[in-house]
Design a protein around this ligand. Sequence first.
Ligand code: LR7
Ligand code: MN
Length: 577
Amino acid sequence: MMFLRCLRYKKVVLLGFFLFTIVYLFVRALHVIVMQRDEDVIKVRNAYVQNHERDAYEKLIRDYEKRIIQGLGDYGSPAYLAGEEKELGNKALTKFALNTVLSDRMPLNRKLRDPRNPLCKQFTYSPTLQATVIIIFFNEILSVILRTVWSVILKSPKHLLKEIILVNDASTDENLDGLLQHYINTRLSGYNITLLRLKTRMGLIRARLQGARVAKGDALIFLDAHCEATEGWIEPLLSRIEEDRTAVLVPIIDVIEANNLAYSTNGFLAFNGTFLGESFQVGGFNWAGHFTWIDIQNDEDKNSLKPVKSPTMAGGLFAIDRKYFWEIGSYDEQMEGWGGENLEMSFRIWQCGGRLETVPCSRVGHIFRDFHPYSFEKDTHGINTARLAHVWMDDYKRLFFLHQPSLENNPIIGDLTHRKQLRNKLRCKSFKWYLQNVYPEKFIPDENAQAFGQVRNRFDMCLDDLQLGDDKVGPLGLYPCHPYLAISQFFTLSSKGELRSENFCAEVFDNSQIKLTECHGHKREQFWMYFTNGTVYNPFSGKCLSSQFVEDSKGLKVDQCKKNAHQKWKFTHENLT
Ligand code: LR7
Ligand code: MN
Protein backbone atom coordinates (compact mmCIF):
# COMPACT_ATOMS: atom_id res chain seq x y z
CA MET A 1 0.00 0.00 0.00
CA MET A 2 2.58 2.39 1.14
CA PHE A 3 4.66 1.64 -1.91
CA LEU A 4 1.75 2.15 -4.30
CA ARG A 5 0.78 5.48 -2.80
CA CYS A 6 4.36 6.56 -3.01
CA LEU A 7 4.48 5.59 -6.65
CA ARG A 8 1.35 7.58 -7.41
CA TYR A 9 2.78 10.54 -5.56
CA LYS A 10 5.96 10.29 -7.57
CA LYS A 11 3.96 10.19 -10.78
CA VAL A 12 2.11 13.37 -9.83
CA VAL A 13 5.37 15.09 -9.05
CA LEU A 14 6.87 13.97 -12.31
CA LEU A 15 3.84 15.02 -14.28
CA GLY A 16 3.83 18.36 -12.48
CA PHE A 17 7.47 18.87 -13.25
CA PHE A 18 6.91 17.92 -16.86
CA LEU A 19 4.03 20.36 -17.23
CA PHE A 20 5.96 23.10 -15.52
CA THR A 21 8.87 22.61 -17.90
CA ILE A 22 6.61 22.78 -20.93
CA VAL A 23 4.92 25.94 -19.74
CA TYR A 24 8.26 27.49 -18.80
CA LEU A 25 9.78 26.74 -22.19
CA PHE A 26 6.71 28.08 -23.92
CA VAL A 27 6.79 31.33 -21.99
CA ARG A 28 10.52 31.70 -22.63
CA ALA A 29 10.04 31.13 -26.33
CA LEU A 30 7.26 33.67 -26.43
CA HIS A 31 9.40 36.15 -24.53
CA VAL A 32 12.27 35.69 -26.94
CA ILE A 33 9.98 36.17 -29.92
CA VAL A 34 8.44 39.32 -28.49
CA MET A 35 11.78 40.78 -27.44
CA GLN A 36 13.30 40.04 -30.78
CA ARG A 37 10.47 41.76 -32.49
CA ASP A 38 11.08 44.76 -30.32
CA GLU A 39 14.78 44.72 -31.04
CA ASP A 40 14.11 44.60 -34.74
CA VAL A 41 12.12 47.71 -34.45
CA ILE A 42 13.72 49.85 -31.89
CA LYS A 43 17.18 50.53 -30.63
CA VAL A 44 17.90 52.72 -27.66
CA ARG A 45 21.11 54.59 -28.24
CA ASN A 46 22.40 55.28 -24.79
CA ALA A 47 25.67 53.51 -24.87
CA TYR A 48 26.54 54.68 -28.35
CA VAL A 49 29.39 56.99 -27.64
CA GLN A 50 32.81 55.47 -27.80
CA ASN A 51 35.42 57.75 -26.34
CA HIS A 52 36.94 58.75 -29.63
CA GLU A 53 33.48 59.45 -31.07
CA ARG A 54 32.61 61.58 -28.11
CA ASP A 55 35.50 63.93 -28.85
CA ALA A 56 34.51 64.17 -32.49
CA TYR A 57 30.90 64.97 -31.64
CA GLU A 58 31.98 67.49 -29.06
CA LYS A 59 34.12 69.24 -31.65
CA LEU A 60 31.30 69.31 -34.19
CA ILE A 61 28.88 70.75 -31.67
CA ARG A 62 31.38 73.37 -30.45
CA ASP A 63 32.03 74.47 -34.03
CA TYR A 64 28.33 74.69 -34.57
CA GLU A 65 27.77 76.64 -31.36
CA LYS A 66 30.47 79.15 -32.31
CA ARG A 67 28.55 80.09 -35.43
CA ILE A 68 25.32 80.92 -33.62
CA ILE A 69 24.44 84.61 -33.79
CA GLN A 70 23.11 85.69 -30.43
CA GLY A 71 19.81 87.57 -30.55
CA LEU A 72 18.96 86.42 -34.08
CA GLY A 73 15.23 85.79 -34.32
CA ASP A 74 14.62 86.80 -30.73
CA TYR A 75 11.01 87.52 -29.83
CA GLY A 76 10.02 85.64 -32.93
CA SER A 77 10.92 88.47 -35.25
CA PRO A 78 11.80 87.59 -38.85
CA ALA A 79 15.51 86.94 -39.31
CA TYR A 80 17.71 87.52 -42.35
CA LEU A 81 21.19 86.58 -43.40
CA ALA A 82 23.35 88.49 -45.85
CA GLY A 83 25.61 87.75 -48.79
CA GLU A 84 26.55 84.18 -49.54
CA GLU A 85 24.58 82.80 -46.61
CA LYS A 86 21.48 84.47 -47.89
CA GLU A 87 21.95 82.68 -51.21
CA LEU A 88 22.57 79.37 -49.49
CA GLY A 89 19.49 79.91 -47.37
CA ASN A 90 17.35 80.47 -50.45
CA LYS A 91 18.73 77.32 -52.02
CA ALA A 92 17.96 75.35 -48.88
CA LEU A 93 14.44 76.69 -49.01
CA THR A 94 13.86 75.23 -52.46
CA LYS A 95 15.40 71.91 -51.44
CA PHE A 96 14.05 71.34 -47.92
CA ALA A 97 11.13 73.79 -47.84
CA LEU A 98 12.92 75.29 -44.87
CA ASN A 99 15.75 77.78 -44.44
CA THR A 100 18.14 75.37 -42.75
CA VAL A 101 21.05 77.79 -43.08
CA LEU A 102 19.21 80.39 -41.05
CA SER A 103 18.07 77.84 -38.49
CA ASP A 104 21.67 76.78 -37.91
CA ARG A 105 22.65 80.36 -37.09
CA MET A 106 19.76 81.10 -34.76
CA PRO A 107 20.05 80.41 -31.02
CA LEU A 108 18.49 77.08 -30.06
CA ASN A 109 16.87 78.70 -27.07
CA ARG A 110 15.80 81.92 -28.71
CA LYS A 111 13.51 84.18 -26.74
CA LEU A 112 9.86 84.23 -27.79
CA ARG A 113 7.07 86.64 -27.07
CA ASP A 114 4.12 85.36 -25.12
CA PRO A 115 1.61 85.08 -27.99
CA ARG A 116 -1.42 84.41 -25.83
CA ASN A 117 -4.40 86.61 -25.38
CA PRO A 118 -3.35 88.65 -22.30
CA LEU A 119 -6.59 87.63 -20.64
CA CYS A 120 -5.24 84.08 -20.45
CA LYS A 121 -3.06 85.23 -17.59
CA GLN A 122 -6.11 85.56 -15.36
CA PHE A 123 -6.33 81.78 -15.11
CA THR A 124 -4.24 79.81 -12.69
CA TYR A 125 -3.89 76.21 -13.62
CA SER A 126 -2.39 73.78 -11.18
CA PRO A 127 -2.42 70.38 -12.78
CA THR A 128 -0.86 67.45 -10.99
CA LEU A 129 -0.48 65.28 -14.07
CA GLN A 130 2.92 64.89 -15.65
CA ALA A 131 3.53 64.79 -19.36
CA THR A 132 5.66 62.76 -21.70
CA VAL A 133 6.42 64.86 -24.76
CA ILE A 134 6.97 62.69 -27.83
CA ILE A 135 8.77 64.20 -30.81
CA ILE A 136 9.18 62.15 -33.97
CA PHE A 137 11.36 62.95 -36.93
CA PHE A 138 12.59 61.82 -40.28
CA ASN A 139 15.46 63.77 -41.86
CA GLU A 140 14.92 66.91 -39.84
CA ILE A 141 18.00 68.98 -39.08
CA LEU A 142 19.69 69.05 -35.70
CA SER A 143 19.08 72.73 -34.97
CA VAL A 144 15.36 72.51 -35.71
CA ILE A 145 14.90 69.43 -33.53
CA LEU A 146 16.92 70.94 -30.69
CA ARG A 147 15.02 74.21 -30.86
CA THR A 148 11.84 72.20 -30.40
CA VAL A 149 13.34 70.38 -27.42
CA TRP A 150 14.69 73.58 -25.85
CA SER A 151 11.35 75.33 -26.16
CA VAL A 152 9.62 72.45 -24.39
CA ILE A 153 12.18 72.50 -21.60
CA LEU A 154 12.20 76.27 -21.19
CA LYS A 155 8.44 76.74 -21.35
CA SER A 156 7.31 73.82 -19.18
CA PRO A 157 7.48 73.92 -15.38
CA LYS A 158 9.84 71.12 -14.39
CA HIS A 159 7.36 69.30 -12.21
CA LEU A 160 4.94 68.90 -15.13
CA LEU A 161 7.47 67.48 -17.56
CA LYS A 162 8.16 63.85 -16.80
CA GLU A 163 10.28 63.17 -19.87
CA ILE A 164 10.90 63.89 -23.52
CA ILE A 165 11.06 61.00 -25.97
CA LEU A 166 12.65 61.60 -29.35
CA VAL A 167 11.93 59.03 -32.03
CA ASN A 168 14.21 58.98 -35.03
CA ASP A 169 12.26 57.33 -37.83
CA ALA A 170 15.44 55.98 -39.48
CA SER A 171 16.73 59.31 -40.77
CA THR A 172 19.47 58.93 -43.35
CA ASP A 173 22.05 61.26 -41.77
CA GLU A 174 24.39 58.88 -39.94
CA ASN A 175 25.66 61.55 -37.58
CA LEU A 176 22.30 62.72 -36.34
CA ASP A 177 21.83 60.18 -33.56
CA GLY A 178 25.35 60.62 -32.26
CA LEU A 179 25.13 64.39 -32.28
CA LEU A 180 21.73 64.41 -30.62
CA GLN A 181 22.70 61.90 -27.94
CA HIS A 182 25.94 63.72 -27.25
CA TYR A 183 24.13 67.05 -27.02
CA ILE A 184 21.62 65.50 -24.62
CA ASN A 185 24.37 63.97 -22.48
CA THR A 186 26.39 67.13 -22.26
CA ARG A 187 24.00 70.07 -22.59
CA LEU A 188 20.72 68.65 -21.33
CA SER A 189 21.87 66.18 -18.73
CA GLY A 190 19.52 67.52 -16.08
CA TYR A 191 16.48 66.46 -18.07
CA ASN A 192 14.97 63.11 -18.73
CA ILE A 193 15.36 62.75 -22.47
CA THR A 194 15.33 59.44 -24.33
CA LEU A 195 16.39 59.02 -27.93
CA LEU A 196 14.99 56.06 -29.81
CA ARG A 197 15.91 54.96 -33.27
CA LEU A 198 13.78 52.82 -35.54
CA LYS A 199 15.86 50.42 -37.58
CA THR A 200 13.75 50.91 -40.66
CA ARG A 201 11.57 53.83 -41.57
CA MET A 202 8.05 53.16 -40.33
CA GLY A 203 6.31 56.44 -41.07
CA LEU A 204 5.07 58.97 -38.59
CA ILE A 205 2.15 56.93 -37.25
CA ARG A 206 4.15 53.94 -36.14
CA ALA A 207 7.00 56.16 -35.00
CA ARG A 208 4.58 57.86 -32.60
CA LEU A 209 3.37 54.48 -31.40
CA GLN A 210 6.92 53.38 -30.60
CA GLY A 211 7.36 56.50 -28.51
CA ALA A 212 4.04 56.01 -26.74
CA ARG A 213 4.90 52.41 -25.83
CA VAL A 214 7.79 53.42 -23.62
CA ALA A 215 6.23 56.62 -22.24
CA LYS A 216 5.70 56.87 -18.49
CA GLY A 217 3.94 60.21 -18.07
CA ASP A 218 0.26 60.50 -17.13
CA ALA A 219 -0.38 62.35 -20.36
CA LEU A 220 1.19 62.12 -23.80
CA ILE A 221 1.88 65.27 -25.77
CA PHE A 222 2.90 64.74 -29.38
CA LEU A 223 4.79 67.37 -31.35
CA ASP A 224 6.23 67.57 -34.84
CA ALA A 225 9.99 68.04 -34.73
CA HIS A 226 9.84 71.65 -35.97
CA CYS A 227 7.80 73.35 -33.27
CA GLU A 228 8.32 75.97 -30.59
CA ALA A 229 6.28 75.90 -27.43
CA THR A 230 5.50 79.20 -25.75
CA GLU A 231 4.82 80.56 -22.28
CA GLY A 232 2.14 78.66 -20.39
CA TRP A 233 1.48 76.18 -23.16
CA ILE A 234 1.41 72.99 -21.10
CA GLU A 235 -0.62 73.91 -18.02
CA PRO A 236 -4.05 74.34 -19.65
CA LEU A 237 -3.60 71.13 -21.64
CA LEU A 238 -2.83 69.06 -18.55
CA SER A 239 -5.51 70.77 -16.48
CA ARG A 240 -8.18 69.98 -19.00
CA ILE A 241 -7.13 66.31 -19.12
CA GLU A 242 -7.24 66.22 -15.35
CA GLU A 243 -10.77 67.61 -15.48
CA ASP A 244 -11.90 65.18 -18.17
CA ARG A 245 -9.66 62.29 -19.12
CA THR A 246 -11.56 61.74 -22.36
CA ALA A 247 -10.76 65.22 -23.64
CA VAL A 248 -8.08 65.30 -26.34
CA LEU A 249 -6.53 68.73 -26.70
CA VAL A 250 -4.92 70.76 -29.41
CA PRO A 251 -3.14 74.07 -28.80
CA ILE A 252 -3.58 77.00 -31.16
CA ILE A 253 -0.98 76.24 -33.80
CA ASP A 254 0.85 79.42 -34.81
CA VAL A 255 2.81 79.77 -38.01
CA ILE A 256 6.59 79.81 -37.96
CA GLU A 257 7.63 81.01 -41.40
CA ALA A 258 9.83 78.53 -43.25
CA ASN A 259 11.94 81.27 -44.88
CA ASN A 260 12.74 83.65 -42.02
CA LEU A 261 11.56 81.64 -38.98
CA ALA A 262 9.32 84.49 -37.81
CA TYR A 263 6.86 83.35 -35.18
CA SER A 264 3.74 84.91 -36.56
CA THR A 265 0.46 85.16 -34.72
CA ASN A 266 -1.69 86.06 -37.69
CA GLY A 267 -1.72 89.69 -36.71
CA PHE A 268 -3.28 89.04 -33.33
CA LEU A 269 -0.26 90.53 -31.73
CA ALA A 270 1.70 93.32 -33.40
CA PHE A 271 5.48 93.07 -33.29
CA ASN A 272 5.62 95.90 -30.77
CA GLY A 273 3.54 93.75 -28.47
CA THR A 274 0.16 95.48 -28.68
CA PHE A 275 -2.70 93.09 -28.68
CA LEU A 276 -4.88 93.30 -31.75
CA GLY A 277 -7.72 91.01 -30.81
CA GLU A 278 -8.21 87.32 -31.10
CA SER A 279 -9.80 84.86 -33.41
CA PHE A 280 -8.68 81.38 -34.30
CA GLN A 281 -9.83 78.43 -36.33
CA VAL A 282 -10.61 74.84 -35.49
CA GLY A 283 -10.31 71.64 -37.53
CA GLY A 284 -12.60 70.46 -40.31
CA PHE A 285 -12.17 68.13 -43.27
CA ASN A 286 -13.12 67.82 -46.90
CA TRP A 287 -14.61 64.80 -48.63
CA ALA A 288 -11.31 64.19 -50.39
CA GLY A 289 -10.12 63.17 -46.93
CA HIS A 290 -7.94 66.17 -46.15
CA PHE A 291 -7.77 68.15 -42.97
CA THR A 292 -8.91 71.78 -43.35
CA TRP A 293 -9.10 74.80 -41.09
CA ILE A 294 -12.62 76.09 -40.48
CA ASP A 295 -14.06 79.10 -38.72
CA ILE A 296 -15.78 78.48 -35.44
CA GLN A 297 -19.49 78.46 -36.20
CA ASN A 298 -20.93 79.08 -32.78
CA ASP A 299 -20.69 82.82 -32.00
CA GLU A 300 -20.25 82.27 -28.28
CA ASP A 301 -17.12 80.25 -28.90
CA LYS A 302 -15.49 82.73 -31.24
CA ASN A 303 -13.48 84.68 -28.69
CA SER A 304 -13.43 81.98 -26.10
CA LEU A 305 -10.54 81.54 -23.72
CA LYS A 306 -11.92 78.19 -22.65
CA PRO A 307 -11.42 75.00 -24.66
CA VAL A 308 -13.56 74.99 -27.79
CA LYS A 309 -15.05 72.00 -29.55
CA SER A 310 -13.10 71.03 -32.66
CA PRO A 311 -14.52 68.53 -35.18
CA THR A 312 -11.04 67.34 -36.18
CA MET A 313 -7.39 68.00 -35.49
CA ALA A 314 -4.41 68.62 -37.75
CA GLY A 315 -2.66 65.65 -36.18
CA GLY A 316 0.83 66.73 -35.24
CA LEU A 317 0.33 68.55 -31.96
CA PHE A 318 -2.00 67.15 -29.33
CA ALA A 319 -2.28 66.09 -25.71
CA ILE A 320 -4.08 62.99 -24.46
CA ASP A 321 -4.30 61.00 -21.26
CA ARG A 322 -1.83 58.15 -21.67
CA LYS A 323 -4.16 55.36 -20.60
CA TYR A 324 -7.01 56.81 -22.58
CA PHE A 325 -4.77 56.87 -25.67
CA TRP A 326 -4.54 53.07 -25.48
CA GLU A 327 -8.15 52.51 -24.43
CA ILE A 328 -9.49 54.48 -27.36
CA GLY A 329 -7.41 52.53 -29.87
CA SER A 330 -4.11 54.50 -30.14
CA TYR A 331 -3.51 54.44 -33.90
CA ASP A 332 -4.27 52.14 -36.78
CA GLU A 333 -0.93 50.38 -36.90
CA GLN A 334 -1.46 49.34 -40.47
CA MET A 335 -1.30 52.95 -41.58
CA GLU A 336 2.02 53.71 -43.19
CA GLY A 337 3.91 56.84 -44.09
CA TRP A 338 2.10 60.12 -43.78
CA GLY A 339 -1.54 61.18 -43.67
CA GLY A 340 -4.98 60.00 -42.65
CA GLU A 341 -4.20 59.25 -39.02
CA ASN A 342 -5.35 62.71 -37.99
CA LEU A 343 -8.92 62.34 -39.30
CA GLU A 344 -9.02 58.69 -38.19
CA MET A 345 -8.24 59.70 -34.65
CA SER A 346 -10.59 62.68 -34.76
CA PHE A 347 -13.61 60.69 -35.92
CA ARG A 348 -12.79 57.83 -33.56
CA ILE A 349 -12.50 60.06 -30.51
CA TRP A 350 -15.84 61.75 -31.13
CA GLN A 351 -17.69 58.63 -32.25
CA CYS A 352 -16.42 56.55 -29.34
CA GLY A 353 -17.36 58.93 -26.54
CA GLY A 354 -14.42 61.32 -26.23
CA ARG A 355 -14.02 64.99 -27.11
CA LEU A 356 -11.61 66.96 -29.22
CA GLU A 357 -10.98 70.55 -28.24
CA THR A 358 -8.78 73.48 -29.16
CA VAL A 359 -7.30 75.19 -26.12
CA PRO A 360 -6.98 78.92 -26.91
CA CYS A 361 -4.64 79.67 -24.02
CA SER A 362 -2.09 77.11 -25.15
CA ARG A 363 -0.02 78.11 -28.16
CA VAL A 364 2.68 76.30 -30.05
CA GLY A 365 4.41 77.42 -33.24
CA HIS A 366 4.92 75.02 -36.14
CA ILE A 367 7.07 75.49 -39.23
CA PHE A 368 4.70 75.11 -42.16
CA ARG A 369 6.62 73.80 -45.15
CA ASP A 370 5.43 74.31 -48.72
CA PHE A 371 6.21 70.73 -49.65
CA HIS A 372 7.44 67.57 -47.97
CA PRO A 373 11.19 67.17 -48.28
CA TYR A 374 10.69 63.40 -48.39
CA SER A 375 8.61 60.94 -50.35
CA PHE A 376 6.95 57.54 -50.14
CA GLU A 377 6.62 54.75 -52.64
CA LYS A 378 2.87 54.63 -52.25
CA ASP A 379 0.06 57.15 -51.92
CA THR A 380 -0.03 56.64 -48.17
CA HIS A 381 -2.51 59.43 -47.60
CA GLY A 382 -4.97 57.86 -50.02
CA ILE A 383 -4.52 54.36 -48.66
CA ASN A 384 -4.73 55.41 -45.02
CA THR A 385 -7.83 57.48 -45.72
CA ALA A 386 -9.47 54.59 -47.55
CA ARG A 387 -8.87 52.53 -44.41
CA LEU A 388 -10.50 55.06 -42.14
CA ALA A 389 -13.38 55.62 -44.56
CA HIS A 390 -14.26 51.93 -44.49
CA VAL A 391 -13.99 51.73 -40.72
CA TRP A 392 -15.52 55.00 -39.51
CA MET A 393 -17.59 56.72 -42.18
CA ASP A 394 -20.37 54.19 -42.81
CA ASP A 395 -22.30 55.11 -45.94
CA TYR A 396 -20.66 58.52 -46.15
CA LYS A 397 -17.53 56.84 -47.40
CA ARG A 398 -19.19 57.07 -50.81
CA LEU A 399 -18.24 60.75 -50.88
CA PHE A 400 -14.58 60.00 -50.25
CA PHE A 401 -14.46 57.24 -52.84
CA LEU A 402 -15.82 59.65 -55.44
CA HIS A 403 -12.39 61.23 -55.15
CA GLN A 404 -10.47 57.95 -55.05
CA PRO A 405 -12.59 55.39 -56.93
CA SER A 406 -9.63 53.10 -57.55
CA LEU A 407 -9.06 52.61 -53.82
CA GLU A 408 -12.53 51.51 -52.82
CA ASN A 409 -12.15 47.76 -53.25
CA ASN A 410 -8.42 47.66 -53.61
CA PRO A 411 -6.47 45.02 -51.65
CA ILE A 412 -3.64 47.52 -51.31
CA ILE A 413 -5.47 49.08 -48.35
CA GLY A 414 -4.98 45.92 -46.29
CA ASP A 415 -7.02 44.06 -43.74
CA LEU A 416 -9.49 46.03 -41.62
CA THR A 417 -10.67 43.36 -39.20
CA HIS A 418 -8.91 44.71 -36.12
CA ARG A 419 -10.11 48.24 -36.57
CA LYS A 420 -13.69 47.13 -37.15
CA GLN A 421 -13.46 44.97 -34.04
CA LEU A 422 -12.25 47.97 -32.11
CA ARG A 423 -15.23 50.01 -33.28
CA ASN A 424 -17.58 47.25 -32.08
CA LYS A 425 -15.79 46.77 -28.81
CA LEU A 426 -15.97 50.45 -27.96
CA ARG A 427 -19.60 50.62 -29.13
CA CYS A 428 -18.93 53.71 -31.14
CA LYS A 429 -21.62 55.92 -32.61
CA SER A 430 -22.35 56.30 -36.32
CA PHE A 431 -20.78 58.79 -38.69
CA LYS A 432 -24.21 60.31 -39.15
CA TRP A 433 -24.27 61.01 -35.42
CA TYR A 434 -20.89 62.68 -35.75
CA LEU A 435 -22.05 64.88 -38.60
CA GLN A 436 -25.25 65.88 -36.87
CA ASN A 437 -23.83 66.50 -33.42
CA VAL A 438 -20.22 67.48 -33.87
CA TYR A 439 -20.05 69.07 -37.31
CA PRO A 440 -23.61 70.07 -38.33
CA GLU A 441 -22.31 72.82 -40.61
CA LYS A 442 -20.48 70.32 -42.84
CA PHE A 443 -21.93 70.40 -46.33
CA ILE A 444 -23.11 67.00 -47.54
CA PRO A 445 -23.36 67.21 -51.33
CA ASP A 446 -26.06 64.60 -51.78
CA GLU A 447 -28.35 65.22 -48.81
CA ASN A 448 -31.17 67.76 -48.44
CA ALA A 449 -30.53 68.85 -52.01
CA GLN A 450 -33.01 69.89 -54.66
CA ALA A 451 -30.79 68.18 -57.18
CA PHE A 452 -27.24 66.84 -57.38
CA GLY A 453 -24.76 64.91 -59.48
CA GLN A 454 -23.52 65.73 -62.95
CA VAL A 455 -25.22 68.73 -64.54
CA ARG A 456 -25.53 67.88 -68.21
CA ASN A 457 -26.83 69.72 -71.28
CA ARG A 458 -28.12 68.36 -74.59
CA PHE A 459 -24.62 68.42 -76.07
CA ASP A 460 -23.23 66.07 -73.40
CA MET A 461 -21.29 68.88 -71.83
CA CYS A 462 -21.22 68.99 -68.04
CA LEU A 463 -20.62 71.72 -65.47
CA ASP A 464 -17.01 71.35 -64.37
CA ASP A 465 -14.87 73.09 -61.76
CA LEU A 466 -11.99 72.97 -64.24
CA GLN A 467 -9.67 71.62 -61.55
CA LEU A 468 -10.19 74.58 -59.26
CA GLY A 469 -9.11 72.31 -56.40
CA ASP A 470 -8.44 74.20 -53.21
CA ASP A 471 -8.02 77.58 -54.88
CA LYS A 472 -10.53 80.03 -53.61
CA VAL A 473 -11.85 81.48 -56.84
CA GLY A 474 -12.07 80.24 -60.40
CA PRO A 475 -14.41 80.11 -63.36
CA LEU A 476 -17.25 77.64 -63.46
CA GLY A 477 -16.92 75.94 -66.82
CA LEU A 478 -18.01 73.17 -69.13
CA TYR A 479 -16.26 69.97 -70.07
CA PRO A 480 -17.34 66.84 -71.91
CA CYS A 481 -19.27 64.70 -69.41
CA HIS A 482 -17.17 61.93 -67.89
CA PRO A 483 -18.59 58.41 -68.12
CA TYR A 484 -18.45 58.25 -64.31
CA LEU A 485 -19.30 60.76 -61.61
CA ALA A 486 -15.98 62.54 -61.21
CA ILE A 487 -15.68 64.94 -58.35
CA SER A 488 -14.87 67.88 -60.66
CA GLN A 489 -18.35 67.45 -62.15
CA PHE A 490 -20.24 66.88 -58.91
CA PHE A 491 -22.55 69.81 -58.20
CA THR A 492 -25.47 70.36 -55.89
CA LEU A 493 -28.41 72.70 -56.05
CA SER A 494 -28.68 73.02 -52.29
CA SER A 495 -31.90 73.45 -50.38
CA LYS A 496 -30.83 77.09 -49.88
CA GLY A 497 -30.64 77.63 -53.62
CA GLU A 498 -26.88 77.55 -53.95
CA LEU A 499 -25.40 75.96 -57.05
CA ARG A 500 -22.25 74.59 -55.55
CA SER A 501 -19.40 72.13 -55.26
CA GLU A 502 -18.31 70.89 -51.83
CA ASN A 503 -16.62 74.11 -50.88
CA PHE A 504 -17.52 76.78 -53.40
CA CYS A 505 -20.63 78.48 -54.75
CA ALA A 506 -21.45 79.58 -58.30
CA GLU A 507 -21.74 83.37 -58.38
CA VAL A 508 -22.73 85.69 -61.21
CA PHE A 509 -20.48 88.69 -61.86
CA ASP A 510 -20.35 91.34 -64.60
CA ASN A 511 -23.96 90.36 -65.17
CA SER A 512 -22.86 87.55 -67.49
CA GLN A 513 -19.88 85.62 -66.11
CA ILE A 514 -19.94 82.87 -63.51
CA LYS A 515 -17.23 82.06 -60.98
CA LEU A 516 -16.88 79.54 -58.20
CA THR A 517 -16.08 81.31 -54.98
CA GLU A 518 -16.60 81.20 -51.24
CA CYS A 519 -20.24 80.67 -50.26
CA HIS A 520 -21.58 83.75 -48.47
CA GLY A 521 -25.03 82.47 -47.64
CA HIS A 522 -26.76 85.74 -48.59
CA LYS A 523 -28.41 84.47 -51.77
CA ARG A 524 -28.21 87.42 -54.25
CA GLU A 525 -25.65 86.62 -56.98
CA GLN A 526 -25.26 83.15 -55.46
CA PHE A 527 -28.96 82.22 -55.63
CA TRP A 528 -30.32 79.86 -58.29
CA MET A 529 -33.67 78.34 -59.09
CA TYR A 530 -34.07 75.10 -60.99
CA PHE A 531 -37.30 74.35 -62.84
CA THR A 532 -38.69 71.09 -64.14
CA ASN A 533 -38.26 72.33 -67.70
CA GLY A 534 -34.50 72.29 -67.13
CA THR A 535 -33.97 76.03 -66.69
CA VAL A 536 -31.43 77.17 -64.09
CA TYR A 537 -32.35 80.76 -63.27
CA ASN A 538 -30.44 83.44 -61.35
CA PRO A 539 -33.03 86.06 -60.23
CA PHE A 540 -30.32 88.58 -59.24
CA SER A 541 -29.19 89.03 -62.83
CA GLY A 542 -32.56 87.97 -64.26
CA LYS A 543 -30.65 85.56 -66.49
CA CYS A 544 -30.41 81.84 -67.17
CA LEU A 545 -27.50 79.39 -67.10
CA SER A 546 -26.46 79.00 -70.68
CA SER A 547 -23.85 77.12 -72.71
CA GLN A 548 -22.31 79.29 -75.41
CA PHE A 549 -19.50 77.56 -77.21
CA VAL A 550 -17.57 80.79 -77.44
CA GLU A 551 -13.90 80.01 -77.27
CA ASP A 552 -12.74 82.34 -74.54
CA SER A 553 -15.51 82.04 -71.96
CA LYS A 554 -14.97 78.33 -71.45
CA GLY A 555 -18.46 77.86 -72.76
CA LEU A 556 -20.58 78.95 -69.84
CA LYS A 557 -22.49 82.17 -69.09
CA VAL A 558 -25.74 83.57 -67.83
CA ASP A 559 -27.81 84.95 -70.68
CA GLN A 560 -31.33 86.19 -71.48
CA CYS A 561 -33.67 83.30 -70.80
CA LYS A 562 -34.67 81.73 -74.09
CA LYS A 563 -35.70 78.20 -73.17
CA ASN A 564 -33.54 76.84 -75.99
CA ALA A 565 -31.35 73.72 -75.90
CA HIS A 566 -28.40 75.76 -74.58
CA GLN A 567 -30.38 76.54 -71.45
CA LYS A 568 -31.73 73.10 -70.60
CA TRP A 569 -29.91 71.25 -67.86
CA LYS A 570 -30.31 67.88 -66.23
CA PHE A 571 -28.92 66.81 -62.86
CA THR A 572 -28.25 63.08 -62.38
CA HIS A 573 -30.46 63.11 -59.27
CA GLU A 574 -33.44 65.41 -58.91
CA ASN A 575 -35.81 65.77 -55.98
CA LEU A 576 -37.98 68.46 -57.52
CA THR A 577 -41.57 68.55 -56.39
O1 LR7 B 1 8.23 59.19 -42.72
C1 LR7 B 1 8.13 60.11 -41.94
N1 LR7 B 1 8.48 59.91 -40.63
C2 LR7 B 1 8.41 60.89 -39.70
O2 LR7 B 1 8.74 60.67 -38.54
C3 LR7 B 1 7.64 61.37 -42.30
C4 LR7 B 1 7.56 62.37 -41.36
N2 LR7 B 1 7.97 62.14 -40.08
C5 LR7 B 1 7.88 63.21 -39.07
C6 LR7 B 1 8.38 64.57 -39.50
O3 LR7 B 1 9.76 64.69 -39.31
C7 LR7 B 1 7.55 65.49 -38.62
O4 LR7 B 1 8.15 65.68 -37.36
O5 LR7 B 1 6.51 63.38 -38.79
C8 LR7 B 1 6.25 64.72 -38.45
C9 LR7 B 1 5.13 65.26 -39.34
O6 LR7 B 1 5.56 65.37 -40.67
P1 LR7 B 1 5.45 66.76 -41.47
O7 LR7 B 1 5.84 67.86 -40.57
O8 LR7 B 1 6.19 66.62 -42.73
O9 LR7 B 1 3.90 66.79 -41.73
P2 LR7 B 1 2.89 68.07 -41.79
O10 LR7 B 1 3.18 69.01 -40.71
O11 LR7 B 1 2.88 68.55 -43.17
O12 LR7 B 1 1.55 67.25 -41.57
C10 LR7 B 1 0.43 67.24 -40.70
O13 LR7 B 1 -0.34 66.08 -41.08
C11 LR7 B 1 0.32 64.86 -40.88
C12 LR7 B 1 -0.63 63.80 -41.37
O14 LR7 B 1 -0.09 62.55 -41.28
C13 LR7 B 1 0.72 64.65 -39.45
O15 LR7 B 1 -0.36 64.45 -38.60
C14 LR7 B 1 1.54 65.86 -39.01
O16 LR7 B 1 1.90 65.69 -37.67
C15 LR7 B 1 0.71 67.09 -39.22
N3 LR7 B 1 1.29 68.32 -38.70
C16 LR7 B 1 0.52 69.15 -37.93
O17 LR7 B 1 -0.57 68.86 -37.52
C17 LR7 B 1 1.10 70.49 -37.65
C18 LR7 B 1 0.13 71.55 -38.05
C19 LR7 B 1 0.05 71.56 -39.54
C20 LR7 B 1 -1.27 71.72 -40.07
C21 LR7 B 1 -2.33 71.85 -40.62
MN1 MN C 1 4.94 69.42 -39.55
